[in-house]
Design a protein around this ligand. Structure first.
Ligand SMILES: C[S@@+](CC[C@H](N)C(=O)[O-])C[C@H]1O[C@@H](n2cnc3c(N)ncnc32)[C@H](O)[C@@H]1O
Length: 283
């Protein structure tokens, strides 16, 4: 349907590049401008008006004019139609998340990962989520499994504020403990504490990997999300595995890959991957 709207408004060739770049978060639609395309806001405004006509629950449309960037992993936006508001409530796996798309990282791309990881959690686990954002992994895990405790860290004060609100909204305050701060410091302040550590920030995954290991008990699972350049998906997986298995060897940790998968293609020959690593501290 979006493809038809795009075809009608911007013509066949441009439509092919634009229509896949629509995300809907709650009642906000986000169009992403391809980086190599000149910004023609008027054209996007026409498209936005059509989107609002055809998808009635969309109340506001924003154009993302930069990729996700900076330490807080947010994009810059231009408002192009509907209500001038960037806050919305997004539903995923039966949980509600209040977010401001301009202040906090949020992406439906991680939808499958949220529930996949939640289903792996055993009753009574103690978990560290190093890069929690508005709390999606932590809250979905708390609602779908029976962990004892999830320490949920973010360095962005807005993300922390929404996480606190979302913990209340989803009634998981007995399980999810929000922390505002640097994941490295939190991980180092609690060595041998956790059964499972989540690292959903590719930009810092490798750099903070040893901190995750410190916080892990004598054995446990680390979920690492990272970016890899490779000619194919198979090569991307094998590169990522080699990188982290070598890292484990260099720090004297026994490691086994439980699962690896491509989360998404980020660009030509560039992939986001996830590795579920079972680690054993040998000494
Ligand atoms: C990709 S987002 C997390 C997405 C989130 N887990 C989800 O499922 O929606 C990465 C988050 O890491 C946070 N961050 C960046 N550097 C950090 C650090 N040193 N310590 C803790 N959080 C950090 C950012 O503010 C951002 O909210």
């Amino acid at each position: 349907m979006i493809r038809d709207i795009a075809r009608a408004v911007v013509g066949e060739s441009l439509a092919g590049r634009i229509w896949r770049r629509l995300e809907i978060i709650g009642d906000i639609a986000i169009l992403r401008k391809p980086i190599d395309l000149e910004l023609d806001v008027e054209l996007y405004k026409k498209l936005a008006v059509e989107i609002m006509k055809r998808i009635p629950h969309v109340k506001s449309v924003w154009l993302a004019v930069t990729p996700v960037s900076g330490g807080h992993r947010v994009r810059e936006y231009v408002h192009i139609a509907g209500e001038l508001r960037s806050e919305t409530t997004y539903r995923e796996h039966g949980c509600l998340f209040k977010v401001d798309i301009a202040k906090v990282y949020i992406s439906p791309t991680l939808n499958y990962e949220h529930i996949r990881v939640a289903r792996l959690v055993n009753p009574g686990e103690e978990i560290l989520n190093m890069f929690a954002g508005a709390g999606l992994f932590s809250i979905i895990i708390a609602r779908h499994s029976k962990p004892k405790r999830i320490i949920s860290v973010d360095i962005n004060p807005d993300a922390y504020r929404y996480m606190v609100e979302n913990i209340e909204l989803n009634k998981v305050s007995d399980t999810v403990i929000p922390v505002l701060g640097d994941a490295r410091e939190v991980a180092r302040s609690c060595s041998n504490c956790f059964n499972r550590v989540l690292m959903p920030l590719p930009e810092l995954a490798y750099e903070y990997f040893e901190d995750a290991v410190i916080s892990l008990r004598s054995a446990g699972v680390v979920h690492v999300y990272d970016f890899v350049t490779a000619e194919s998906k198979i090569e991307a997986i094998s590169r990522a595995q080699n990188l982290y298995l070598e890292k484990c060897e260099s720090i004297g940790i026994r490691a086994r890959v439980l699962k690896s998968r491509i989360v998404r293609s980020v660009g030509p020959r560039y992939y986001q991957i996830v590795l579920d690593l079972y680690l054993e501290k040998t000494s």
